[in-house]
Ligand binder design. Structure first.
Ligand SMILES: CC(=O)SCCNC(=O)CCNC(=O)[C@H](O)C(C)(C)COP(=O)(O)OP(=O)(O)OC[C@H]1O[C@@H](n2cnc3c(N)ncnc32)[C@H](O)[C@@H]1OP(=O)(O)O
Ligand SMILES: O=CC(=O)O
Ligand SMILES: [Mg+2]
Length: 567
C-alpha cells in the first residue's frame, strides 16, 4: 500500500492570479515529488558537506575509481537532440519577468534560458510570477505595458526561441510551501510547477519540457534529477524521455564527473554547459581552507584562458561530443549600454572574441546576457557551423586533461591586489543591495552581475582573510582592513540612497556580506542566509537571531518514501 502524501500548505501571500499556479492538483503533484525525493536530496547535501571537509583536510580531488567503467565504456551515447534543441548556437538568459521574457522571446536567439537561479532573487512574488509569465508565454498570452513609458510589449517573433527553464539548485528551500512545517526543496517547486502546468502544452507546441540543471556536485545528484523526471513523466502520462536537461558544469567536483553525469541522465540529457562563474566560486570554495598554491589572484585575472579554466572547458567539449551531447558555452559579463557607445563597442568586441574562441574549441552554441549581443554570438557560431546546426561531429580526441590540469594549483597568473579586494567588496555590496530588493541581475560598471558574482567575491575575501594573504601592495588582508573598506563603501552607498527603503537595503547588504565573507567558518552559499533573513514574506520573516535549523539547506530530513515514486 502506498501512503498518500499530505497536501502542502501555502504560507506566502496569495497575490492576484497565484491561484492559477497553486492549484490543488499542482500542489498534490509537488507533494508526490517531495515525498519521493526530498529525503535523498537531504542525504546528498550532507554528502556535499562531508566531501568538502575531506578535501579541506587534505584529500585529493580526483576522478572516481568506482565509475571507471562508465568512463571507459565507449558504447553509450545520450539521446539524440530533441525538437527545438538541435541548433543552439545562441542562447539568451534572464529572469522570467514580463518585459524581459517578451524581449528574450523576440531577441532572435535560438534558446531562451528562463532563470530561477543566479539571476532571480527568489522572493515568493518573483518565483510565482515567473511561473505565471512562463505559463502565459507558452500559451501565447504574455503581454505587458510599461507603466512609466507606456510602451506595450508582446511576442512578435515568427520563431521564438525554445524555452529552457533553470530551476533553483538543490541547496535552497521554498519556505512558502510546507508539508508538516517542513519547506519543500525549491528545485522541486520550480521544476514541478513548470512541468505540471506546461509539459503537455509545450509538446503540443512542437517542443517539450526542457531544463537547465544548476550547481550539481556529483553524478548522484544527476541520478536524483533523473528519478524526478521519470516520476514526473509517469505521473502525467508524458512519454519517458520527453524531458531534456542540460547540466551546468559549474562546480569543481562536477568537472570530475562529467561522463557520469551524462550517463545518469542519458535518456533525458541535452548536454552540458560551462557555467564559468560558479565554477570559479566552487574552485575557491573547494580549496578555501587549503591556502598556499590554491589561493587565486584577483577575480579579474581569472579568465577563460587561464590553465584551470582552459582544462575544464576543453574536457567539457571533448566529453560531450564523445557522447553525442551538446556542449554549450558560458557567459561573458560585458553588456552594451544605451548611454555610452564606446561601452557598447567594447562589449561587442569582448563578446565576439569570447564566442569565437568557444566556437573554434568545438562548443555548439553559447550564452548571452542581453538582446544586443545575440547577433554577435550568432555570427561567431555561423562562421564555424555554416549550414550545420551544431558541431557534434567534431571530436576532440586531441584533448587529454588530467586531475592535475583541472586543479592547476599555483598556475593562475596574477596578483592579489588592494584594487581587487576593493572591487570584490564594492560589487558585492551593490549587488546585494539590489538582491534584497528582489532584483537578481544588475548591470554594475557596465558588467552584468548576478548571484555568482557575490559567491566568487565573498568566498575569495574569506579565503584571503583566513590565510592572511599579503596584497601586492604589502598590506595583509585582515578583518580591520576589510571592515574599513566595507565602511567606506557602505557610507558611499548611503550617500546615494534616496529613501528609507534604500538605506535599509544598504544595511541589509552589509549584513549579508559580513555574514558570508567574514565569519569564522565559510558558509557554503550566501543565498540560504540572505533568503531566510530578507526575502521571504514578512509574516514568516525572522528578525531575531537565526538558528542553525533555519539555515540548514536540507531542513528537517523527511521520511523516505521511495515506494510512492510513481503513485
Ligand atoms: C552566471 C550566470 O548565471 S549568467 C546567467 C544569469 N544571468 C542573467 O541571465 C542576466 C541577464 N541579463 C540581465 O538581467 C540584464 O541584461 C541586466 C540586468 C544585466 C541589464 O539590464 P538593463 O539594465 O535593463 O539593460 P538595458 O537597459 O541595456 O536593456 C535594454 C533592453 O534590453 C532588455 N534586456 C536586457 N537584458 C535582457 C535579457 N537578458 N533578456 C531579455 N531582455 C533583456 C531590457 O529589458 C531593455 O528592454 P527595453 O528596451 O524594452 O526597455
Ligand atoms: O550559471 C552560470 C555560471 O557561470 O555560474
Ligand atoms: Mg551559475
Amino acid at each position: 500500500m502506498f501512503s498518500t502524501p499530505k497536501a502542502p500548505r501555502i504560507k506566502g501571500t496569495m497575490h492576484p492570479r497565484f491561484d492559477e499556479i497553486l492549484t490543488p492538483e499542482a500542489l498534490a503533484f509537488l507533494a508526490k515529488l517531495d515525498g519521493a525525493h526530498a529525503g535523498r536530496r537531504a542525504e546528498l547535501l550532507a554528502a556535499r558537506r562531508e566531501r568538502s571537509k575531506r578535501v579541506w583536510a587534505g584529500e585529493k580531488v580526483d576522478f572516481l575509481a568506482d565509475t571507471r567503467s562508465v568512463r571507459e565504456d565507449k558504447s553509450w551515447k545520450v539521446a539524440p537532440p530533441a525538437p527545438g534543441l538541435v541548433d543552439r548556437r545562441c542562447e539568451i538568459t534572464g529572469p522570467p519577468t514580463p518585459k524581459m521574457s517578451i524581449n528574450a522571446l523576440n531577441s532572435g536567439a535560438k534558446v531562451w534560458m528562463a532563470d530561477f537561479e543566479d539571476s532571480l532573487a527568489p522572493s515568493w512574488r518573483n518565483v510565482i510570477d515567473g511561473q505565471l509569465n512562463l505559463r502565459d508565454a507558452i500559451r501565447g498570452h504574455l503581454e505587458f505595458t510599461d507603466e512609466a513609458s507606456g510602451k506595450e510589449y508582446r511576442v512578435t517573433a515568427e520563431t521564438p526561441p525554445t524555452i529552457v527553464v533553470r530551476p533553483r539548485g538543490w541547496r535552497l528551500c521554498e519556505k512558502h510551501i510546507t508539508i508538516d512545517g517542513r519547506p519543500l526543496p525549491a528545485a522541486l517547486v520550480d521544476f514541478g510547477l513548470f512541468f505540471f502546468h506546461n509539459a503537455q502544452q509545450l509538446i503540443d507546441n512542437g517542443a517539450g519540457p526542457y531544463f537547465y540543471l544548476p550547481k550539481l556536485e556529483s553524478h548522484l545528484e544527476a541520478r536524483l534529477w533523473n528519478d524526478v523526471f521519470t516520476q514526473a513523466q509517469a505521473l502525467l502520462g508524458i512519454p519517458q524521455g520527453t524531458i531534456r536537461a542540460t547540466v551546468l558544469i559549474e562546480t569543481l567536483p562536477a568537472a570530475f564527473e562529467m561522463e557520469e553525469i551524462l550517463y545518469e541522465l542519458r535518456d533525458h540529457s541535452s548536454g552540458l554547459n560551462a557555467g564559468r562563474w560558479d565554477y570559479i566560486f566552487s574552485y575557491i570554495k573547494t580549496f578555501a581552507y587549503n591556502g598556499g598554491d590554491y589561493v587565486l589572484p584577483d577575480r579579474s585575472s581569472i579568465t577563460m584562458t587561464t590553465p584551470m579554466m582552459r582544462a575544464y572547458t576543453e574536457l567539457l567539449v571533448s566529453t560531450c561530443h564523445r557522447r553525442g551531447a551538446h556542449a554549450i558555452g558560458g557567459m561573458a559579463a560585458f553588456v552594451p549600454s544605451r548611454a555610452d557607445q564606446s561601452v557598447t563597442e567594447q562589449a561587442l568586441a569582448k563578446v565576439k572574441a569570447d564566442k569565437e574562441r568557444e566556437a573554434a574549441d568545438g562548443f555548439d552554441g553559447s550564452w548571452v546576457a542581453h538582446p544586443g549581443l545575440v547577433a554577435t554570438c550568432t555570427q561567431a557560431f555561423d562562421a564555424v557551423l555554416g549550414d550545420r546546426p551544431n558541431q557534434l561531429d567534431k571530436q576532440r580526441d586531441d584533448v587529454h586533461v588530467t586531475a592535475a590540469d583541472l586543479i592547476a594549483a599555483g598556475a593562475t597568473p596574477g596578483k592579489v591586489t588592494l584594487e581587487g579586494l576593493k572591487t570584490n567588496i564594492s560589487v558585492s555590496l551593490r549587488y546585494l543591495a539590489a538582491w534584497v530588493n528582489e532584483q537578481g541581475a544588475v548591470a554594475i560598471d557596465n558588467l552584468m552581475e548576478d548571484a555568482a558574482t557575490v559567491e566568487i567575491s565573498r568566498t575569495q575575501i574569506w579565503q584571503w582573510l583566513h590565510h592572511k594573504v599579503r596584497l601586492s601592495e604589502g598590506l595583509v588582508v585582515t578583518p580591520d582592513l576589510v571592515n574599513e573598506l566595507v565602511k567606506h563603501e557602505v557610507d558611499a552607498l548611503h550617500a546615494q540612497a534616496t529613501d528609507e527603503r534604500s538605506h535599509r537595503h544598504v544595511d541589509e547588504a552589509r549584513d549579508v556580506f559580513v555574514e558570508s565573507a567574514m565569519g569564522e567558518d565559510l558558509p557554503a552559499f550566501f543565498t540560504p542566509y540572505a533568503y531566510v533573513r530578507y526575502l521571504i514574506d514578512r509574516p514568516l520573516q525572522l528578525r531575531g537571531p537565526i538558528s542553525k535549523d533555519d539555515l540548514r539547506m536540507s531542513e528537517k530530513v523527511p521520511p523516505r518514501e521511495p515506494q510512492a515514486a510513481h503513485n
